[in-house]
Design a protein around this ligand. Structure first.
Ligand code: ADP
Length: 151
């Protein structure tokens, strides 16, 4: 059973996330979209809302589950028996950031492998923080997030 997690804040989930999830799915038997609860980071959307949106988007996809977790990502992986962490890469800045996290995670838990998927070119500029900014200023987020995401 190849179990992977796709960890993130998903505040809110974007079409960039959805693309990475769909493309990563054939690699694994089960993919858990794991919403990390970070008490230092004030989210725009409640955990319940973020989780509900993701569940709606992937309703009917048997291999996908949506969960929340607190603490270290590798500890959560160990707890649920996940051997893979899926992450998306947009830019060289993402790469540097992810390299650090990925390498330290490996120091903490050698048996867990991080797998990277490159963003589709059209989603390179899409991020949850840009979406939040547009929402804050009353702009249109069509084309950046799935239709299910209704602020
Ligand atoms: P975090 O809170 O850890 O930054 P996010 O919720 O922003 O997490 O994103 C989770 C994962 O999705 C990260 O690996 C991030 O690089 C990736 N990701 C975010 N936006 C995109 C995108 N537009 N295309 C591809 N991957 C993305």
């Amino acid at each position: 059973m190849k179990r992977a997690i796709f960890p993130g804040s998903f505040d809110p989930i974007t079409l960039g996330h959805v693309s990475v999830i769909k493309r990563g799915l054939p690699l694994f038997d089960e993919l858990i979209i794991a919403i990390g609860v970070n008490s230092n980071k004030k989210a725009m959307f409640s955990l319940e809302k973020r989780k509900k949106w993701i569940e709606e988007i992937f309703a009917g996809e048997q291999k996908i589950k949506v969960e929340t977790y607190e603490g270290l990502t590798v500890d959560y992986c160990k707890k649920i028996g996940a051997k893979f962490i899926l992450r998306g890469l947009r830019t060289s800045a993402d790469f540097e950031f992810e390299r650090g996290i990925g390498q330290v995670n490996r120091m903490l838990a050698e048996e867990i492998e991080t797998i990277f998927i490159l963003t589709e070119a059209k989603y390179t500029p899409v991020s949850s923080s840009i979406v939040r900014d547009i929402i804050k200023h009353g702009g249109d987020i069509t084309g950046l997030v799935p239709d299910t995401v209704k602020p």
